[in-house]
Ligand binder design. Structure first.
Ligand code: SF4
Ligand code: SF4
Length: 198
């Protein structure tokens, strides 16, 4: 276990709105937006919702996923951010917003590594592989939200038969991603840490 002093971990939202205003992130060849579970898309205007992750395969002339597991918001600034940098739907905001600014790698219920979103001015960095009581610093609900999001992704990967699809907001095309090609946890969990929630 790595011991970390309480000065190394700190979080207090400054209500700067940065995390809700910069939702598009560039990761290698992909541009991705706010991660949304299927039952969260109704919180946003229909014309701003596009798929994010898919599994399965259909269509020979135009190959595409059979099932969409995760959606994304195609808007760099969240439609629910007010001029005062507050969230209009705070109490029912998406799980990824609840997870911010923590980014946890969780496998079989165990936290493998932890970090905070580098663009969040209200949070100090956690060295990766740190084993501390994260609930103490970020709150139980933030840790739980991370577990929900990563558990959902793990289930998708298990059902994926070795490859998944990503909808790239830059090219507006599906891209097929093989297990060998993405840098595993970094890719997976950076992709669920794109957002925030003042
Ligand atoms: S969570 Fe961080 S980035 Fe988001 S509003 Fe609060 S301080 Fe700013
Ligand atoms: S917390 Fe989430 S839903 Fe709320 S304004 Fe920010 S990005 Fe939008």
């Amino acid at each position: 276990m790595i011991s970390v002093s309480s000065y190394d971990i700190f979080f207090k939202c400054l209500k700067c709105g940065t995390c809700c205003r910069n939702l598009h992130i560039k990761m290698g060849e992909w541009t991705l937006g706010l991660f949304l579970l299927p039952d969260e898309i109704e919180l946003f205007p229909e014309d701003k919702i596009v798929p994010m992750w898919g599994i399965g395969l259909k269509g020979r002339s135009r190959p595409r996923p059979e099932t969409i597991g995760v959606f994304q918001l195609d808007s760099n600034r969240c439609v629910h951010l007010t001029k005062q940098n507050l969230c209009q739907i705070y109490l029912k905001r998406p799980v990824i917003c609840q997870a911010h600014p923590l980014s946890l790698t969780i496998e079989q219920g165990q936290v493998i590594s932890a970090s905070v979103n580098g663009s969040c001015k209200g949070a100090k960095h956690i060295p990766s592989n740190t084993k501390v009581n994260l609930s103490k610093y970020f709150g139980y609900d933030v840790v739980k939200a991370n577990a929900i999001a990563s558990g959902y992704l793990e289930k998708m990967f298990r059902e994926s038969n070795g490859f998944i699809w990503l909808w790239d907001l830059g090219s507006h095309k599906w891209k097929r991603v093989t297990e060998a090609k993405y840098p595993t946890d970094e890719f997976r969990f950076r992709s669920i840490s794109t957002t925030g929630g003042p």
